[in-house]
Structure formats: structure tokens, C-alpha cells
Design a protein around this ligand. Structure first.
Ligand SMILES: Nc1ncnc2c1ncn2[C@@H]1O[C@H](COP(=O)(O)OP(=O)(O)O)[C@@H](O)[C@H]1O
Ligand SMILES: [Mg+2]
Length: 240
């Protein structure tokens, strides 16, 4: 018997760019339900553009099917409600607002008060550091803690797919390890993750599968083990 499973995210023949300058060329990529996938690529390869295109922030042609719906042509403000949370590059917190206020901003679409409390508690259990600093202004936190706030806010949506754009950038190794443990914990709850990291070794150590993006084109894909063992990946991205 053949069991066909439709991927949660299924991108086919995607072209995208800015004002006539094409950045992504014929990109095809998929993420299964609950799967942890990474996109590897050098600076300016188009990784952030790919995530922004999924979120509806970049003009695109081609197809992005998500959970049975076509995303191309859909305005970006409708995308979160479909179950996609995007944590963009940089650490975006509102510095004057408390940790709790920042996290709760992610819950704007949650209607039931008991759901809100459950989600809030789940996130604070995942990030004990945030529970300790709940009433502190987010701007006074360390970079790593601010990143946890941004991720916690995204998780308030209980997304089916979490898009993470270089969450470890500029953070101390100890906090990076903590963050990646959290990603694995999120992944174990059944949330699919599409992760971008400059640190390829790190990305391949947590994701189960990956794609290599070069100058806006997917040039290689495979399981993390296959990519780690690939000579071209080893010399270009793993410094081996
Ligand atoms: N808002 C923008 N307007 C015009 N060009 C952009 C914009 N954002 C990115 N680009 C260009 O798109 C290309 C890919 O950028 P980006 O997706 O940020 O790459 P990466 O995240 O892999 O470093 C780069 O050449 C960059 O200059
Ligand atoms: Mg980028």
C-alpha cells in the first residue's frame, strides 16, 4: 500500500524578488508536518527572502502551498492566522514593555482566556529565564533572553510552522545551545520548523533535513547526515 502524505509546506517553482530584481529562482522545497528542516547558504544567498516570501512580504510567482491553501498572492497579515509564525532576523522586542507584555502580544488572535493562560504557561515552562524576568522591561535583558522573548511571542500563536531567521546570530555559545535545545523541544511538540542559521554545523545538528541555497537557487538537499557527509558542503559551509 502506498501512503501519500502531503507536506505541510510545499513550495514549487518559486521566483521572488524586489522591484524587478529577482532573488529566488525556481525554488522548490517542502516541510512535512512536524518536520525540522534547515536552509543553508552564504550571506546574500536569499535565505531571509525565502522566509519573507513564505510570510507574504515579498512579491512572488510560483506556488507556496501551506496546509492545503495557496499562499502566493495572499496578503501578509492573513498568514499568521493560517498557522505560520515568523521570527525575523534581529531581536525584535519592545524595549519599554515587560517580558510578559511582549510575549502576550503574540496572542492577539487568541480569543479564549483559558487558552491564553495555558499557552502562556507552556511558553514560560519552556523558557524558565523568562518566567524569572516576567515583569522586567524587555530592553534590559541580554541578547539571548530578548531572542527568547521574540520566539516565545511567536509560539503564543501555537503555529503549525515556525520560521526562524538566524536566531543565534551574535549570541554567546552557552545561550545558543540553550536556544537550540528549546527548538528541539518545540519540534517534539509537533510544530514544524524551518530554520536558517549562519552556523551550518549547528543547523545540521538540530534539523533532520536541509537544503543548500546558492545565489537564490536550491543546489542540493538531503538529510542532515547526508549534507554533513557531502564534500561540497563540508568545504563550503562546514570549514572542513
Ligand atoms: N528589501 C530589499 N530590497 C532590495 N533588495 C533586497 C532587499 N532585501 C534583500 N535584498 C537583496 O536580496 C538578496 C538576498 O538577500 P537576503 O535574502 O537577505 O539573503 P540572506 O538572508 O541569505 O543573507 C541580496 O542581494 C540582497 O541585497
Ligand atoms: Mg538573512
Amino acid at each position: 500500500m502506498i501512503i501519500s502524505t502531503t507536506p505541510l509546506l510545499d513550495i514549487k517553482g518559486l521566483n521572488a524578488g524586489y522591484g524587478g530584481v529577482r532573488v529566488l529562482h525556481d525554488v522548490s522545497l517542502s516541510v512535512g508536518q512536524g518536520e525540522f528542516v534547515t536552509v543553508i547558504g552564504a550571506n546574500t544567498a536569499g535565505k531571509s527572502t525565502l522566509l519573507r516570501t513564505i510570510s507574504g512580504l515579498v512579491e512572488a510567482q510560483g506556488s507556496i502551498r501551506f496546509d492545503g491553501q495557496e499562499l502566493v498572492g495572499r496578503p501578509s497579515h492573513l498568514v499568521p492566522a493560517l498557522g505560520i509564525a515568523h521570527v525575523p532576523e534581529g531581536r525584535h522586542v519592545f524595549p519599554e514593555m515587560t517580558v510578559e507584555e511582549n510575549v502576550m502580544l503574540g496572542a492577539y488572535a487568541v480569543r479564549s482566556a483559558s487558552d491564553l493562560a495555558t499557552r502562556r504557561d507552556r511558553i514560560l515552562t519552556m523558557f524558565p529565564r523568562l518566567r524569572e524576568r516576567l515583569h522586567q522591561a524587555a530592553g534590559t535583558l541580554s541578547g539571548g533572553e530578548q531572542q527568547m522573548v521574540a520566539i516565545g511571542r511567536a509560539l503564543m500563536l501555537e503555529p503549525k510552522l515556525l520560521l526562524l531567521d538566524e536566531p543565534s546570530h551574535g549570541l554567546a555559545p552557552k545561550i545558543v545551545d540553550e536556544l537550540h535545545e528549546t527548538f528541539l523541544a518545540v519540534s517534539r511538540t509537533g510544530t514544524a520548523i524551518l530554520l536558517i542559521e549562519q552556523n551550518t554545523t549547528l543547523a545540521l545538528s538540530v534539523a533532520s533535513r536541509g537544503y543548500v541555497l546558492e545565489a537564490g537557487r536550491i543546489v542540493l538537499s538531503g538529510t542532515s547526515a547526508e549534507l554533513t557527509g557531502n564534500d561540497a558542503v563540508r568545504s563550503a559551509y562546514l570549514g572542513l
